[in-house]
Design a protein around this ligand. Structure first.
Ligand code: GRF
Length: 206
């Protein structure tokens, strides 16, 4: 981020993009002072692309199909991000694990949202994992991205109760509501330069 220019975000997606929509809404309502420089999808049919175009946000389909190496795909992603002068990379349902090519290009400047209270239930089907385990509370976690699967320093978490009759769908829907405001809050902290990372621990400055 330079001077008083608004923080430039890239939102990386693979699917429906409800988190992208929540970020767009916060920017449009003035709650968040930032600009979405580009949306990047690895899936040509992601509904998130439609959301981007409705709001006049540049969108790039960046398919991984033609890359045999994960790191060469990531190197190409870094080029796109650099060309859009991105300050903060947001993984909003982007269904790929990043290599160190990406992680080292944006140190402590890539955020992911995970639908569980990490370090519990990393990886896929986190909501079903929580139900199968029988926890009373789950939630969502916004964390910086490192080279592991959902292992980076935790920025914010929101707790969501698990109800007796929950299914994967009903629990996912409740968690997703929490995701939308938790992600926006974490991005706002970054934009306001209120995040200090010390090893694994993230301090929120007053
Ligand atoms: C969210 O549940 C998020 O936790 C996970 O992927 C999902 C993306 O949903 N990482 P959406 O595309 O933002 O609707």
């Amino acid at each position: 981020m330079s001077g008083n220019a608004p923080c430039r975000l890239a939102v990386l997606v693979s699917g429906s993009g409800t988190n992208l929509q929540a970020i767009i809404d916060c920017i449009e309502s003035g709650e968040l002072t930032a600009e979405i420089a580009c949306v990047i999808s690895n899936k040509a049919d992601a509904y998130a692309l439609t959301r981007a175009s409705r709001h006049g946000i540049p969108a790039v389909i960046h398919s991984n199909a033609h890359f045999s190496e994960r790191s060469s795909y990531d190197a190409a992603t870094v080029e796109i991000l650099r060309s859009h002068k991105v300050d903060l990379v947001i993984l909003a349902g982007f269904m790929r694990i990043l290599t160190d090519t990406m992680v080292h290009a944006f140190p402590n400047a890539i955020m992911n949202i995970h639908p569980a209270l990490l370090p519990s239930f990393p990886g896929l089907h986190a909501q079903q994992q929580a139900l199968d385990y029988g926890v009373r509370y789950s939630g969502c976690t916004v964390h910086f991205v490192d080279c592991g699967t959902d292992t980076g320093p935790i920025i914010l978490q929101t707790v969501v109760p698990v109800e007796q009759d929950d299914t994967e769908e009903t629990l996912s829907a409740r968690i997703q509501k929490a995701e939308h405001h938790t992600f926006a809050e974490a991005i706002k902290l970054f934009v306001d330069r209120k995040i200090l990372v010390q090893g694994r621990r993230v301090q929120i400055l007053p």
